[in-house]
Design a protein around this ligand. Structure first.
Ligand SMILES: N[C@@H](CCC(=O)N[C@@H](CS)C(=O)NCC(=O)O)C(=O)O
Length: 233
């Protein structure tokens, strides 16, 4: 709920605290959606991925050897830090630590716990990489029409898979009867209103009415719309 944007990187913060190193990309927004829904207080440091490539600097690689955002730093009351990266892993960490009433996630006690895991993996290993390739090609190599078609076809197929899953669940959510980590992980790849027009695929999504309705439902959540601009673009 309360996030503090770090502008002075040498600022001393009072432990304990949470600090997110991120940008407002789909992988980053997955995490800010959950932080906002949980109403947690946290710091955010925007990472310059382009000009400075801060994610590849030694201080960043110490936190995440893979050199990618988002990374979450948890500082305990003794000032000791632990780091976690991979947006999906951060979601599970936050849910297991702070969503104890399981309002936005499913725990081991739920019969749908592994279904939630399945659909978070669907995002991490299928929808995310496919959509990310498609975004990169359209933005940076518009002349590669064959590659764009290949990834576009894959993307549309995955929309069909999601449509079928929403039909089978029948509740308006991907798993179970309420928002879970599956919805939070998948939504930013399809429903960010901050993306440039050419990356929104509105016409494709219209072919899948359950997906379209699900996107609109999640876009209507106040915390979700706030999360899309943390840190500001
Ligand atoms: N599998 C990772 C992917 C993270 C990722 O690709 N992050 C992008 C921004 S969305 C990044 O840091 N790109 C800069 C780079 O690869 O150097 C996750 O889910 O967190």
């Amino acid at each position: 709920m309360v996030h503090h944007l770090i502008t002075d990187k040498s600022q001393q913060l009072k432990a304990p605290y949470l600090k997110l190193y991120s940008v407002a990309s789909p992988n980053g927004v997955k995490v800010t959606i959950l932080l906002e829904l949980l109403g947690l207080e946290y710091y955010v440091q925007k990472i310059d991925l382009n000009d400075k490539a801060e994610q590849k600097e030694p201080w960043f690689l110490k936190m995440n050897p893979n050199g990618k955002v988002p990374t979450l730093e948890t500082v305990n009351r003794f000032g000791e830090s632990t780091y976690i990266s991979e947006s999906a892993a951060i979601l599970f960490y936050l849910a297991d630590t702070y969503d104890l009433k399981r309002k936005f996630s499913l725990g081991g006690g739920s019969p749908f716990c592994y279904e939630q895991l399945e659909w978070v993996f669907f995002q991490s290993s299928e929808l995310g990489p496919t959509t990310s390739q498609l975004f990169q090609l359209i933005s940076n190599s518009p002349e590669k029409v064959d590659d764009i078609k290949k990834y576009h076809d894959k993307f549309v197929r995955l929309l069909g898979v999601l449509e079928e899953k929403l039909k089978r669940t029948g509740t308006g959510f991907i798993v179970d009867e309420h928002l879970t980590l599956a919805d939070i992980a998948i939504f930013p790849w399809l429903g960010l209103t901050t993306l440039p027009e050419k990356l929104t695929f509105t016409e494709e999504i219209k072919q899948f009415p359950l997906v379209e309705g699900w996107i609109k439902r999640i876009q209507g959540i106040e915390e979700v719309s706030r999360a899309q601009n943390i840190p500001p673009r």
